[in-house]
Ligand binder design. Structure first.
Ligand code: G3I
Length: 346
């Protein structure tokens, strides 16, 4: 090759190499995930998940990339973890734990004591107080021991109050009296003193009889030296019932008691079909809820109760309602997703 042509070829190669090397600097930066955006505010942004969804690769890809925290939707509940008395099975929960670990996600433990999804061996006979206390202690301590050091929070007692602020007449309340809550917290703390121990409920977003009951209870538990460290506000909202305008004030009054707060199961359902107007209102509500958490220092994070309408619990429980989550059934982000990003600074 003559020298001049050689030089042209060489300089073309150099330009090409320079162009290639320069490419990353000029390429669009990858948009930050909800997890990354929330982290800048020292909060997590998470999603619940459930085992049947673990065969859906597209679903898992988003779950593992977009969210910094997960909660097993069913896998840690009593009927699953202790299906026969004294026989424990953590297989389903471990599937979630393995995924979470591989994707650097925090895990909330949900839930140790609840009136729902109890095994038949527990509900289909009567118990003396001493018997039930022993069964409860063993359940709590075995499960907490199994996950020790691997969950950030435990929803120790879930949904303990009625709407009017009276105690729910659960098996545990009826047999053991209200003291079962303090006992449960103490037993859990004895095994894993580093997991933050929560009370968790729905319809406690704003100030009202039910959240007042929690406020009084937590105040009393703190005064008695009981290890309660968090209040979980589930946040199952519905467009037809209005937005709880005082959610921030409510979070703050719990923070002022010295406990942290988490939004543990956020979803915002609507009467179907979803219209652009309803989706726009939903987006504003999601944004306002997340804004409230950002405004309260002790609000540690937000978890949506799964992230896609494909796997929402709503349609099976509220026929004719749904579209409650930030992604639609095809895993496409909805206006709510974009509104959350914006509030987080994305
Ligand atoms: O495990 C059985 C399976 O064997 C059977 O084939 C199938 C047929 O319907 O049912 C399966 O059980 C279902 C279970 O989820 C596990 O998938 C139940 O029918 C179903 O009712 C149950 O729903 C769960 C619900 O809690 C039960 O109360 C939802 O998935 C779960 O998202 C929901 O979560 C609760 C929180 O724990 C507490 N706060 C409220 C929230 C929404 O209800």
């Amino acid at each position: 090759m003559p020298v001049s042509r050689h030089l042209i070829a060489l300089s073309a190669a150099v330009c090409l190499a320079a162009g290639l090397a320069a490419a990353p600097a000029t390429a669009e930066p990858r948009p930050r995930t909800l997890a990354e955006l929330a982290k800048k505010h020292h909060k997590y942004f998470g999603s619940a998940t459930d085992n049947p969804e673990f065969t859906d690769a597209a679903y898992l890809k988003l779950l593992g990339s977009e969210f910094g925290q997960t909660t097993p939707g069913n896998a840690m509940k009593w009927e699953t973890t202790e299906p026969r008395r004294g026989v424990f099975d953590f297989t389903a929960a471990e599937e979630v734990m393995t995924f979470a670990k591989a994707h650097h996600q925090k895990v909330r433990g949900h839930t140790l004591v609840w009136h729902n999804q109890l095994p038949a061996w527990l509900t289909e006979r009567s118990w003396t107080a001493d018997e039930l206390r022993a069964v409860l202690k063993n359940h709590i301590q075995t499960e907490v021991r199994h996950f020790k050091g691997r969950v950030i929070h435990w929803d120790v007692v879930n949904e303990a109050f009625n709407e009017d602020g009276t105690y729910r007449e659960s098996l545990f309340y009826k047999t053991l009296g209200p003291g079962y809550i303090a006992d449960a917290l103490r037993w859990a703390h004895e095994i894993d003193p580093h997991a933050k121990l929560y009370l968790n409920d729905y319809n406690v977003d704003g100030i009202g009889p039910k959240s007042d009951a929690y406020h009084s209870l937590i105040k009393q538990l703190k005064a008695d030296g009981v290890p309660v460290e968090g209040f979980g506000i589930q946040g199952h909202l519905a467009l037809q019932y209005g937005f709880p305008a005082d959610v921030r004030q409510n979070m703050q009054r719990f923070a002022d008691l010295g406990v942290e707060v988490a939004v543990t199961e956020l979803d915002i359902r609507m009467p179907l079909p979803a219209t652009p107007e309803k989706l726009a209102t939903q987006a504003t509500w999601y944004a306002d809820y997340v804004k409230a958490c950002l405004a309260v220092e002790k609000c540690v994070g937000v978890t949506v109760w799964d992230y896609t309408d494909k796997y929402s619990w709503i349609p099976s429980v509220f026929p004719g309602e749904g579209a409650a989550l930030p992604y639609d059934e095809n895993l496409t982000p909805k206006p709510a997703y974009h509104a959350i990003r914006k509030v987080l600074g994305g």
